[in-house]
Design a protein. Sequence first.
Length: 282
Amino acid sequence: MTDQKRTTPIGLIAGGGQFPLLFAEAARARGRRVVAIAHVNETAGKLEELADVTCWVKLGQLGKIISHFRREKVTEAVFAGTITKTRIFHDILPDLKGMTLWGKIDKRQDDAILRAVAATLEEEGIQILASTCFLDHLFFPQGVLTRKRPSAEQMDDIRFGWTIAREVGRLDIGQCVVVRGRSVLAVEAIEGTDAAIRRGSELAGSGAVVVKLKKPNQDFRFDLPATGATTIETLAAVKGAVLAVEAGQSLLFDRAAMVSAADRAGLVVMGLVEDEQGTLTY
């Protein structure tokens, strides 16, 4: 590896969760200098230990992000981590660049906002890469990960929920649905997956089936579906039954801990793929 390669910067626009931390570790292992943007009240402070340089911003401070990347000579960047979507109503402090962009966005939903921010950064000469560019090993695998396997009735619910989730994703509303007995109990919207699971399980009582998959036009540069041990803790707490995820199109964190927790709770965790005819296999 050349000295030039070891000093080549990569920008990291970080939200919450462990994904930005994992990305920073992987990027540095590849010899990249990590120039991080961390969001106040979202990003873990540990990122400062893993990145070479960190700039803290409030949600909406797009001009500050661009200025920071320019100073550090960043020409490539990724988005990684979550932003609590309800913050757009009470915890946003846009600068002039952010306000200008916000006024141009017609649909203030996930993909529309992120695509607009990415387009603005690329106009400034900062190419946005796929967030998984160093982390392919984190993709959710195909197959049943737990000791317990799905029943025929649960498979019916998975197929039903898959169709609904795909349509919800097409409308850019959310990435997961909660079903039981081929009835829709909850659709994920701005509140996030765990809140949707809790809400749907209030109606199900027990035995809820959660289906989570990417949107039909998912942009792999940002906001891929992700699951981990916390999702299992939530599902177990409400006496849910199944977590079915689109394999190869979603991220899986803390696999060993997640599967162990699911086995203790008697849950089914599985990754499925859909062929061109719409058939699901695992």
